[in-house]
Design a protein around this ligand. Structure first.
Ligand SMILES: Cc1cc2nc3c(=O)[nH]c(=O)nc-3n(C[C@H](O)[C@H](O)[C@H](O)COP(=O)(O)OP(=O)(O)OC[C@H]3O[C@@H](n4cnc5c(N)ncnc54)[C@H](O)[C@@H]3O)c2cc1C
Length: 272
């Protein structure tokens, strides 16, 4: 089946075209969309492209960073204001993938992909949708209803910058290094006040259909000093309320067994 390509200069036009057709796909960097085209995916017949330069910019807004959905992983790594996200963007694919893969596309990536979305979830980002229904929503809500947003154009994400860069941590567990995909990824925001954790957010990738929060872990950490006893208690709850999937990389059982080990290392500040 031939695939039609439509190119727009303005974000509103692209958003309108995308929302008008269930058989259209937006093209970010195309690392997943073009793979689907090459594999003969019949679920779409139109590709929507956007040339708006604003879509690829990163700018400060108060204490936050507004990152255009068309910003690539390579551009994130190179941006000084986004330095806290560089360790995440740097482990996504190899150089060729990072030069193409976008922030917007990462929000829709499923399975073992979506490492940046995991970090954005832990950081409490908000997602801006373009078009007639233009609105902002917490990333938690966006990810929960991700299927419903398949015909919405993500314009940007706004990320609060951690006051203390050491409060944000990320680890990617993969069988092959570098360039392996995630068996699981974990991101944690652990702000402290008076030596105690206040406002912990912990998120997993590849542990469910979309990136998800480890609520039991967050509750165990809240108000605690980040010492060995608190870390042990939190790690013991690593998969509380979570049903990890079985896929080609690992079984559900294996993920459940090792989640606490990796979480404990991350909370203890051991980088791997
Ligand atoms: C070899 C290889 C290695 C990879 N390694 C990793 C990895 O280590 N970690 C990781 O997280 N991912 C990885 N990926 C997956 C992928 O490259 C990334 O998730 C990337 O960020 C997807 O972005 P993209 O711009 O290429 O998405 P695209 O392929 O352009 O789009 C993906 C989906 O998102 C939708 N979309 C894209 N942008 C928008 C937008 N602004 N608004 C609405 N919908 C949009 C598209 O319509 C499509 O449905 C890998 C992929 C490959 C092929």
């Amino acid at each position: 089946m031939p695939v039609k390509v439509e190119t727009y200069d303005r974000v509103e036009e692209a958003a309108r075209a995308l929302s008008a057709s269930r058989s259209a796909r937006f093209l970010g960097g195309g690392t997943l969309v073009m793979r689907a085209v090459n594999a003969g995916d019949q679920s779409f017949d139109t590709i929507i492209r956007l040339r708006d330069p604003d879509f690829r910019t990163i700018r400060m807004q108060g204490d936050g960073l507004v990152i255009g959905a068309g910003v690539t992983m390579a551009a994130l790594v190179a941006n000084r204001d986004a330095a806290f996200l560089a360790p995440v963007a740097r482990v996504i694919g190899g150089p060729a993938i990072r030069n193409m893969a976008t922030v917007g596309g990462n929000l829709f990536a499923s399975g073992n992909y979506g490492d940046l979305a995991v970090a954005l979830l832990a950081l409490g980002a908000t997602v801006q949708l373009a078009g007639s229904g233009s609105r902002s929503m917490p990333i938690d809500e966006f990810l929960r209803d991700r299927e419903r947003h398949a015909t919405s154009l993500v314009q940007s994400v706004t990320v609060p910058r951690p006051r203390d860069p050491a409060a944000f941590r990320f680890t990617k567990v993969s069988r092959v290094k570098p360039k392996g995909v995630s068996l699981m990824s974990i991101a944690a925001l652990l702000p402290q006040s008076g030596g105690r954790v206040q406002g912990a957010r912990v998120a997993y990738g590849a542990m469910g259909p979309t990136p998800l929060r480890a609520i039991a872990v967050e509750r165990a950490l809240e108000g605690q000093a980040l010492d060995a006893a608190a870390i042990d208690r939190a790690a013991a709850l690593a998969v509380e309320g979570i049903a990890p999937p079985t896929d080609a990389l690992a079984s559900s059982w294996y993920r459940a067994e090792v989640a606490g080990v990796h979480l404990k290392r991350l909370l203890a500040g051991e980088r791997r």
